[in-house]
Design a protein around this ligand. Structure first.
Ligand SMILES: Cc1cc2nc3c(=O)[nH]c(=O)nc-3n(C[C@H](O)[C@H](O)[C@H](O)COP(=O)(O)O)c2cc1C
Length: 449
């Protein structure tokens, strides 16, 4: 397939929101307001800022345990679907992407909740499908050990199959609302799904009519071998952490090439690497802000976070020494791709633990780039035009200021270069991402008979 001409192709931008910002010391910086993490008005302002910038979507990550050491960081807060449901009423255009785990939920609950959010928001729901990476989550769900990595992905595949069947268990025109004849719905068009598989038995139908988008936008973020296969089969947008242009190009090419095996075209899936943009009026100012944040880091926090990423307890090791011997990637039962990224980064640049903690402070392995708005726009454009990205997951180091700076200073440059929309042209999240509304699998089957 010939790629679309550069002037036709548009960037897609998602704002990844986190309590005080993405830098692990953001909460200590005077520009952040961590005490507002459970204040609805704070989140309303953030999503309205994203909407002012005409961003495609906002995104909330989630874990089913208190991740990391709350003693040293502003962790914990709202459950994403609950918060996004409240924010649906405060916005009109911006997409709302919530993380829900396939390992610790049931497809019926999940399909129901996303169909509800899609109705509530007029077609702006997205689902970041995760398999969950930590044993602490398993321990909140009656288990001592975390389900094996490969099994988690198998369960995830069946989970999404069941969810899509449930969303399709109502045809689009199932509701008749025929007061005369006393018929609310066409019984032929609201049907059980009678799913019986390895992980789930679900009769259906769903108790929510088919929603404006049919399905929420399906997003995924695992980059291991199993994660990429899963993405190639199901995902329509993929978040990924990539440190270098070469790595991002390799990932992009690899993922797009896998789509054909699943009967999909390269434009059916958008790749969105993360970037933590540290913005300054001059390059020196941006560097100074990054250094200020690094100075505020609590080493104990960084060490604990790094221990989790590399699967080794690093407590007590000298900060100015190297990483110890690490396990093999195949022996990691958590986040495999992040393990590989961190191990490679440390080795490639010969970093000490202290340096590694500083490098991971801004984006936990996502790319951190400090520069002027112009330089940041150049970076985004380069990756976009060099086959590394269809858009970006924007991870402001400090909130709320980092998002406002991006929207007010970087977005206008991208717009003036013809790379990004100046107005929303569609209504739904799928419209923003240029992705089709999925046909109903059961309607298709019937009309084919
Ligand atoms: C941008 C981004 C956001 C993510 N958000 C979450 C999240 O909210 N919850 C979660 O459990 N995992 C999250 N992950 C982790 C992935 O979903 C996935 O579980 C992880 O990358 C491990 O998969 P892998 O072993 O296939 O790489 C995120 C990853 C990325 C790159």
């Amino acid at each position: 397939m010939t790629p679309p001409a550069a002037e036709e192709r548009q960037l897609h931008l998602n704002a990844f929101l986190m309590n005080a910002g993405h830098h692990d010391a953001a909460w200590r910086h005077p520009l952040s307001t961590p005490e507002r993490a459970t204040d609805l008005a704070y989140w309303r302002d953030l999503v309205r800022t994203a909407e002012r910038g005409r961003l495609d979507s906002v995104f909330l990550a989630d874990g089913l345990a208190l991740w990391g050491q709350v003693r040293y960081n502003a962790l914990g807060g709202f459950e994403p679907l609950t918060l996004l449901s409240a924010l649906a009423g405060a916005t009109e255009h911006v997409g709302l992407i919530a993380t829900v785990s396939t390992t610790f939920n049931e497809p019926f609950h999940t399909a129901r909740a996303f169909a509800s959010l899609d109705h509530l928001s007029g077609g702006r729901a997205g689902w970041n499908i995760v398999t969950s990476g930590t044993v602490n989550e398993a321990r909140n769900f009656n288990q001592d050990e975390h389900l094996d990595h490969a099994l988690r992905y198998r369960r995830a595949a069946e989970f999404v199959d069941v969810a899509t069947k449930l969303w399709d268990s109502w045809e689009d025109d199932a509701r008749l609302v025929d007061r005369e004849r006393g018929l609310y719905a066409d019984g032929e068009k609201v049907r059980p799904i009678d799913h019986a598989g390895d992980w789930f038995r679900v009769q259906g139908p769903l108790n929510v009519p088919r929603s404006p988008q049919g399905y929420p936008l399906l997003v995924q973020a695992g980059s291991s071998e199993d994660g990429k296969e899963f993405a190639a089969r199901y995902a329509e947008a993929v978040f990924t952490a990539q440190q270098t242009l070469a790595d991002a190009q390799a990932f992009y090419g690899d993922l797009k090439a896998r789509l054909a095996h699943h009967g999909r075209t390269p434009d059916a899936l958008l790749v969105l690497p993360g970037i933590c943009p540290v913005i300054g009026g001059t390059e020196a100012e941006a560097q100074a802000l990054l250094e200020e944040l690094t100075e505020l880091q609590v080493p104990e926090y960084g060490l604990a976070q790094l221990s989790g990423m590399v699967g080794v307890d690093l407590t007590g090791l000298p900060l100015d020494g190297p990483l110890p011997q690490l396990p093999e990637e195949r022996d990691i039962n958590g986040n495999r791709s992040r393990f590989a990224l961190v191990a490679e980064l440390a080795q490639r640049e010969g970093l000490t633990l202290r340096q590694l903690i500083a490098r991971l402070g801004g984006g936990r392995g996502h790319r951190v780039y400090a520069g002027t708005p112009e330089q940041i726009a150049d970076q985004l454009q380069e990756w976009f035009e060099q086959g590394a990205a269809d858009g970006f997951n924007i991870m402001p180091p400090i909130l709320p200021t980092g998002l406002a700076d991006f929207v007010d200073q970087v977005v206008p440059i991208l717009q003036s270069r013809g790379l990004f929309r100046t107005e929303y042209t569609g209504r739904t999240l799928r419209d923003h991402y240029g992705l089709p509304r999925p046909a109903n699998q059961f309607t298709r089957v019937r009309s084919a008979v």
